[in-house]
Write a protein that binds this ligand. Structure first.
Ligand SMILES: Nc1nc2c(ncn2[C@@H]2O[C@H](COP(=O)(O)OP(=O)(O)OP(=O)(O)O)[C@@H](O)[C@H]2O)c(=O)[nH]1
Ligand SMILES: Nc1nc2c(ncn2[C@@H]2O[C@H](COP(=O)(O)OP(=O)(O)OP(=O)(O)O)[C@@H](O)[C@H]2O)c(=O)[nH]1
Ligand SMILES: [Mg+2]
Ligand SMILES: [Mg+2]
Lengths: 278, 292
């Protein structure tokens, strides 16, 4: 129906609201519509459908401009730290990633460094079993650092290709917890060159503008390298990832689309932008 | 801050002027921006700003009173009115045992909130019983059992039963036999668009006839808060809301979105991972937080 709609202020406002409704953020949405408005003024866009396609191009351009070194697993071993605020899907994503990497013929070890939350270790144990991978945990330990030390040793002993470190959820505005995470990161740098090779920030697709603040704080404290957006099987569009990608130059590597082990997909720019417009 | 921005937009309006269509436009824009940046849903913002405009138009700007301050006052009072209003008390009418169901999206804080609520009710002299009905998530039952130990509240052992309906049937019997007068039902996180799982929730409700169905939502939720809250409300007729993770620095606009679309009271907020991190909802505090 858009193809028949004339381009007027109402349509532009509607499309701006759609971007805002996708959590793209007010400022970014306004900027995009402003750029598009200039194309309209140049008489370069004839109808609503062309307008929509142009907006999609704008979003794709923002995402494409982010430098992406890809998700390299050939560091021998590759040490990966998984971080994020509470309940976003870190532990579940590690299970999915472990399975995905096994499918790429990598031997994987997961580290249960969430020594705080009730049944966090048991939850990861079940995922490790499902994915058929090794797990390092420390019964009764309240010290995440100790478990990480053990895991690094195990990786050395077994020559595992990849280590995935699960950490406790934590709010980015809690200085003690962020300091703890920085310490955990420091430990992973000790034994292997250039470790940690990836610091994955897990972000829930329903997150609003606070997601940008989350990302900034985690980048400052532990140097996030890649983003994974979870729960895109819901109705939230995950538009905050565009703002994060744009402002922090951070690539999105995967998306979570469900609660089962196979519900992990490599990030696809076009699919993501199409979903934003559904 | 918003008040500074509003004072700027009213810079030309002093003395005996009136707030008019023309001079209020830029102020309304600032209010809209502030609310959107606070994650209030854009449709809720539209309605809100229109109502503020109605109220503001024609107001006399008397000498000595700053029109920006007047507008902030209107906005703040309106926020408090929308956020508050209905009774935040839990419903314990009639004879027990009373049943409280905790529902919501994945990871919103249901299991943790079950423990916090149980602790609070026990402190009020009640005898809560925690019932784990999440048979999908790995170690979910163990998680609630562990939480139960932390707050010294008995937890039904749901292991090996398999179906939530069978779990609650057995748990209600055990509750009666052990003198527990309020059951707190922890359900699996689910998407509001998952018809099968929403159906399961409906049949649980039909059997339990709960006195409270609390929708647990994450304070950092963005625009989608309206969609999920509305769907859960249409499916379950929720009685109240718990806003978790308010110890974060999210502005919490989701509170306004959820309240507007369900018209159900926000009864509690989660303020930490520990079992003591549970407080009554205060509309005035959340209003000023949303305004930034
Ligand atoms: N629908 C859906 N649910 C997901 C997805 N990823 C994770 N979940 C669910 O989200 C909930 C939280 O997942 P967890 O893996 O425990 O999250 P976490 O970040 O490790 O949580 P904490 O360790 O407590 O901070 C669980 O119910 C998961 O099944 C996804 O992509 N889609
Ligand atoms: N900081 C903070 N963390 C919280 C709060 N409430 C819950 N959490 C944390 O959020 C994460 C998810 O909590 P859960 O209770 O497992 O969430 P859930 O809704 O039961 O998750 P599912 O059963 O998978 O849907 C855990 O890490 C909790 O410790 C809160 O008020 N503040
Ligand atoms: Mg976890
Ligand atoms: Mg739970």
């Amino acid at each position: 129906f858009l193809a028949t709609r004339p381009i007027d202020e109402d349509l532009l406002e509607e499309l701006e609201e759609m971007l805002i409704g996708a959590d793209i953020g007010v400022q970014t949405s306004m900027e995009i519509i402003e750029r598009v408005r200039r194309e309209v003024d140049r008489k370069a866009l004839k109808n609503g459908e062309e307008l929509k396609e142009h907006i999609k191009k704008e979003l794709l351009r923002i995402l494409a401009e982010i430098p992406n070194k890809g998700f390299n697993l050939d560091h021998n071993p590759t040490i990966i730290l998984v971080v994020g605020v509470n309940g976003v899907g870190k532990t579940t994503t590690i299970g999915k990633l472990a399975n995905y990497m096994r499918g790429q013929d990598k031997t994987v070890c997961v580290c249960a460094a969430d020594t705080f939350r009730a049944a966090a270790v048991e939850q990861l144990q079940i995922w490790a079993e499902r994915a058929g991978v090794d797990i390092v945990l420390k019964e009764g330990s309240k010290d995440p650092a100790a478990v990480v030390y053990d895991a690094l040793e195990r990786v050395n002993e077994t020559n595992a290709d990849v280590l995935l470190v699960d950490t406790a959820g934590r709010l980015h505005n809690n200085p003690n917890l962020m300091n703890e995470l920085a310490k955990i990161r420091r430990i992973t740098t000790r034994d292997f060159e250039n470790a940690p090779h990836h610091v994955l920030l897990i972000l829930d697709a329903v997150t609003g503008q606070n997601g940008l603040q989350q990302a900034k704080k985690f980048v400052d404290k532990v140097g996030v390298t890649d983003l994974i957006i979870t729960k895109l099987d819901g109705t939230a569009k995950g538009g905050i990832a565009v703002a994060i990608a744009n402002e922090l130059n951070m690539p999105i590597q995967f998306i979570g689309v469900g609660e089962q082990m196979n519900d992990l997909l490599p990030f696809n720019h076009q699919d993501f932008v199409n979903l934003l417009f559904k | 801050s918003l008040s500074e921005k509003l004072q700027k937009s009213f810079r030309n309006l002093t003395g005996k002027g009136k707030i008019s269509e023309e001079n209020v436009q830029s102020a309304l824009k600032e209010i809209r921006l502030a609310l959107l940046e606070a994650d209030v849903n854009f449709k809720v913002v539209k309605k809100f700003v229109n109502e503020v405009k109605e109220e503001a138009l024609g107001q006399e700007v008397t000498r000595g009173l700053d029109p920006g301050q007047m507008l902030i006052k209107i906005v703040n009072e309106k926020l408090i009115e929308i956020l508050g209003g209905s009774s935040p008390e839990l419903n314990f009418k009639g004879s027990g045992p009373h049943i409280i169901m905790m529902v919501g999206l994945q990871g919103s804080g249901k299991t943790t909130s079950c423990g916090k609520l149980a602790k609070r009710l026990a402190a009020e002299g009640r005898h809560p019983f925690l019932v784990p009905c999440d048979v999908a998530r790995p170690a979910a039952i163990l998680q609630l059992q562990t939480v139960g130990k932390q707050v010294d509240i008995p937890v039904f052992d749901s292991h090996g039963i398999g179906k939530p309906l069978d779990i609650v049937k057995k748990a209600t019997v055990e509750a009666r036999n052990t003198g527990r007068d309020v059951l707190i039902i922890d359900t699996a996180g689910r998407l509001h668009i998952d018809e099968a799982l929403m159906g399961e929730l409906k049949s649980l409700r039909a059997f339990l006839e709960p006195s409270e169905i609390l929708f647990v939502a994450d304070a950092m939720t963005g625009q989608d808060a309206v969609t999920s809250a509305r769907s859960f409300h249409e499916a379950m007729d929720i009685t109240g809301v718990v806003l978790s993770k308010m110890d974060g620095d999210a502005r919490g606009g989701a509170a306004l979105s959820i309240k507007s679309v369900t018209e159900r009271p926000i009864k509690f907020i989660g303020t930490g991972e520990g079992m003591e991190g549970f407080e009554r909802f205060h509309p005035d505090r959340v209003a000023s937080r949303i305004l930034g």
